[in-house]
Write a protein that binds this ligand. Structure first.
Ligand code: IPE
Ligand code: IPE
Ligand code: MG
Ligand code: MG
Ligand code: MG
Length: 295
């Protein structure tokens, strides 16, 4: 990843380290450790970096953006902990380490996901209460909550799980990919646009860009499941086929998946180049890096 990305990621990392520190008793201490095990395990931090950098590019309020960015990463991390549970994808490796339920127990893994999710909302409410512009901030938080919920990430996960072993119609496969993954990548970009007071037309352009990035992100994840190196991805390969998952490559094949990722990301880049009152060079470079990412 490029230098600007690494700088933003370091800022996020610092913030995340400060979330679960205090504890009054041995149980709290242990549970903080369980939550930190998953939260501070070296994810790419794509979603919070998008929130911070998009806000910076648009000249929005960085203090609110950083708080909300941390909350989004906490929501994302909870979604991974639960995604890996035996009742869902039954995975043993995540971010190069044993999954939370393997390291501790199923019960503690479930509770740590719940804990991360709740803390995320606490932080976002605090961001609203301390914002210079509380109504924009509340709208930003509502956008993130919606993207994480039953019409967003959770809704996508429901289809992902219930459709295992039976091929979906194209429209429903599209719903699955859009909701389980693209929504939580669109949310920080849109959220940053809202925080920065962007007008509706530009928000729509930005929404399309983020959708194309988020959708392609899942397609690349599905390719890496098939052809990636688990020492690099930090998670077991070939799980989707074993579980009978509906994925873009399982439906359309590898070649079309690769071609479509390129097409989607080219469209995203063109839209950004046309929004030329802002400097999107960071985003354009990021898109190139995501296109060929190996982890
Ligand atoms: C993995 O997300 C789950 C998907 C939505 C594909 P990431 O690839 O962003 O995982 P981390 O946070 O870097 O571990
Ligand atoms: C997960 O999709 C999307 C989430 C909402 C967590 P996957 O099940 O493909 O993600 P990985 O491959 O386990 O990271
Ligand atoms: Mg899954
Ligand atoms: Mg999974
Ligand atoms: Mg996957």
């Amino acid at each position: 990843m490029n230098k600007a990305y690494l700088e933003a990621r370091a800022l996020v990392e610092e913030g995340l380290k400060r979330v679960f520190t205090e504890s009054d008793n041995a149980y709290e201490k242990l549970f903080n450790e369980v939550m930190n095990y998953s939260l501070l395990s070296g994810g790419k931090r794509l979603r919070p970096v998008l929130m911070v950098k998009t806000t910076e590019i648009l000249g929005g309020p960085m203090d609110s953006a950083l708080k909300i960015a941390l909350a989004i990463e906490m929501i994302h991390t909870y979604s991974l902990i639960h995604d890996d549970l035996p009742a869902m994808d039954d995975d043993e490796l995540r971010r190069g380490r044993p999954t939370a339920h393997r390291q501790y127990s199923e019960a503690l893994a479930i509770l740590s996901g719940d804990g991360l999710l709740n803390k995320a909302y606490e932080i976002m409410v605090e961001a609203i209460l301390t914002a210079r512009n509380p109504s924009d901030t509340a709208l930003c938080v509502a956008t993130i909550a919606h993207a994480a919920g039953e019409k967003g990430m959770i809704g996508g996960q429901v289809v992902d799980i219930l459709s295992q072993g039976s091929p979906l119609e194209e429209e429903m496969l599209d719903y699955l990919i859009t909701n389980k993954t693209a929504r939580l990548i669109m949310a920080p970009v849109l959220g940053a646009g809202i925080l920065s007071g962007l007008d509706l037309e530009k928000l729509k352009d930005l929404e399309r860009v983020a959708f194309l990035m988020g959708y392609s992100f899942q397609l690349r994840d599905d390719l890496l499941d098939l052809t990636g190196d688990q020492a690099v991805t930090g998670k077991a390969s070939n799980r989707d086929e074993v579980l009978g998952k509906n994925t873009y490559p399982s439906h359309y094949g590898l070649e079309k998946t690769r071609g479509d990722i390129d097409g989607f990301l080219e469209e995203a880049t063109t839209i950004l180049r046309n929004m030329d009152e802002y400097d999107w060079s960071f985003m354009i470079e990021l898109i190139q890096e995501l296109r060929k990412r190996e982890k």
